[in-house]
Design a protein around this ligand. Sequence first.
Ligand code: ADP
Ligand code: NA
Length: 350
Amino acid sequence: EFNPLVFSGVQPTGNLHLGNYLGAIRKFVALQENNDCIYCVVDLHSITAQLVHEDLPGQIRSIAAAFIASGIDPEKHIVFNQSAVPQHAELAWIFNCVARIGWMNRMTQFKDKAGKDRENASLGLLAYPSLMAADILVYRATHVPVGDDQKQHLELTRDIAQKFNIDFMEQIRRHGYGVDIIVGEEPIHAYFPPVEPLIGGPAPRVMSLRDGTKKMSKSDPSDLSRINLMDDADTISKKIRKAKTDPDALPSEVDGLAGRPEAENLVGIYAALSDTSKEKVLAEFGGQQFSVFKPALADLAVSVLSPITGEMRHLMDDPTHIDTILRKGGERARARAEETMREVREIIGF
Ligand code: ADP
Ligand code: NA
């Protein structure tokens, strides 16, 4: 059996929003109670879509600050910045040679981000999932908490691990590495584990407040479409008040949310913020108008987010402190990643 290990990452690009918080960071915090966890600011990923960033060091610190302000303990677990551990890029190169171009071409995130002019997208944007696989597998992590938008990339991570395990089966055994596991019904000898995505919860994909069919995203030109982690209480209330909704009252059963994406999104956000289910939220608010539900949601969002915002600001006032946390985390991560890379180089024959 592989030792259970949780890994995830967040890019240092622009403001964090409620989707990042509910889809990822809030889950990171919950998982740290009973697991060994590694949480990474993925700066190498942030240059795939846009090479030059204004104040990249400040953006890196703000993600680390968000992790810590949300409750992640950087002493018990590891918080670090990706480029401090060059083993990620080294394993990504090997995975570029394991993965097939066709696998990458099928990724919906690549198609979305590359847009119409695909020939002019960076090669890094195409190979992004290969680096993501390396981020996870360089620690041989077994569980990855992410938003629903990352599901396809995690399937690709499993495909890369499986192809590596099969292609190098003989070398893995000869060097005495890997473990016997069962995948599905089949016993295999694996060097890299089959990674399990942790995607569930009442809001696995938080949608835009202006359009219930699009995900909440930092690249949406409308700031009203998202709640940023750094928004103040008034801004949060205003954005929820202005959120697009339909004229009907809330249903008392989850089935009644079908075909009402905006209502479903707000109910899911309420459930996630209060650690409950959509059923329970509708048991409380079923039959009520949005004029009642929206102020309750705004109060809840403010009460959850404002302590985090306050702590983030406080942490950002002392950049040296954050840099020290990241440096120490980087040293610990590097030692662990190097254990894997030493074996991988042997397996390949370097
Ligand atoms: P973004 O997707 O905002 O560009 P990242 O790629 O760094 O940012 O994503 C960080 C984490 O936040 C990932 O686990 C991703 O799945 C999650 N995430 C991003 N947007 C959403 C959303 N709208 N709903 C739920 N999770 C999300
Ligand atoms: Na994403």
